[in-house]
Design a protein around this ligand. Structure first.
Ligand code: SF4
Length: 327
């Protein structure tokens, strides 16, 4: 892995832009969400080069150049691991999220990585976020098997839901994907007694519909929890007219406050996931993609502040979807 650029703050989060051994340009993130690296250290890695899904609020989904190979995913883990710890992660919880760039279920080599990391690091906690595309059943079957065999009590599986209105959800995530019944069925099979509940993730825009009755109709609270994240300031969210609904100082949505209260009164665990707001400035949050920002440099308030320092656009050279559009 050749590091082309690193932005951020060692104490909060850092985004790396690197060229893999096979020449793909990727972004990956390390973050210390609790402020104590001995307690928890999180890596967020890319699975694809770009993403063919094109979710409305995501800056990584405007081009797709193929799957990353096993080695290229491992390189995103090994580089920060060497830099921080000299190789062995000296932390209680070493969490790796397959969530930066690319829908992970489109890449079967992600499964080999998840399988092998558990053998290398006993403090490894896998986390995978998916929109659950149609047509990759073998990925999900194998994922289920690996989870049951190796990580019954510590696998975080997250489904991106975003809206309880299926039509609106189809616009936000514009590919063929599992409906709520199928997500519920798989999620219940994935769950293990004593393990982590399955997360239904909402990047909650004011414009999105969110109805607790729909959640209750499909997803039993014994198996599922709801996680609400603010809609991070991305180029795509701005272009698509999506606005954040979560008041970060109050730790609650504004328009969708009732959704949260109703879910809680119906027995659901609801997590309002507000990270350090500096993560937005760094560009390390979900859906953010620094190379997109560098290409377009829009006026985005409170986002990508650190990346503004990257004046040298050599990181974009050799990237057919970014080259030539830079300022
Ligand atoms: S949010 Fe995930 S699935 Fe959607 S376009 Fe971005 S990387 Fe792809």
């Amino acid at each position: 892995m050749e590091i082309l650029s690193a932005v951020g703050d060692d104490a909060v989060a850092k985004v790396y832009i690197g060229r893999t051994s096979r020449g793909n340009i990727v972004e990956f993130v390390e973050s210390i969400p609790t402020g104590n690296i001995r307690e928890k250290w999180v890596l967020i890695v890319s699975s694809l080069n770009g993403c063919p899904v094109g979710c409305m609020m995501c800056d990584a989904g405007f081009f797709y150049m193929g799957k990353l190979r096993y080695d290229e995913i491992m390189e995103q883990i090994e580089y920060p691991l060497m830099r921080r710890f000299g190789g062995a992660p000296d932390t209680k919880k070493f969490k790796i999220q397959f969530a930066r760039m690319g829908e992970p279920s489109f890449n079967p080599e992600v499964l080999d990585v998840i399988r092998d990391l558990g053998d290398r690091y006993e403090n490894f906690f896998p986390s995978l976020s998916t929109v659950a595309p149609i047509g990759v059943d073998s990925f999900f079957q194998r994922l289920l098997k690996i989870k049951k065999e190796k990580y019954p009590d510590r696998f975080q599986l997250q489904f991106s839901i975003h809206s309880t209105n299926q039509e609106q959800r189809n616009r936000i995530i514009p590919i063929h994907k599992w409906d709520f019944s199928r997500i519920a069925d798989y999620g219940m099979r994935f769950y293990d007694e004593g393990g982590l509940k399955i997360t239904l993730n909402f990047a909650l825009a004011r414009e999105n519909e969110a109805d607790a009755k729909v959640i209750q109709k499909y997803f039993p609270s014994e198996y599922f929890l709801i996680k609400i994240t603010p809609l991070n300031p991305t180029v795509s969210a701005q272009r698509n007219g999506l606005s954040n609904d979560v008041d970060e100082s109050a730790g609650m949505p504004v328009k969708h406050r009732e959704f949260v209260e109703e879910l809680r009164s119906r027995g659901y665990d609801v997590i309002i996931s507000i990270g350090d707001t500096r993560e937005n400035l760094i560009g390390s949050n979900c859906g953010q993609y620094i190379l997109r920002f560098l290409r377009e440099r829009p006026e985005l308030m409170n986002a990508y502040t650190f990346a503004r320092e990257i004046k040298e656009i050599s990181v974009l050279e050799g990237h057919p979807h970014l080259r030539g559009n830079s300022p």
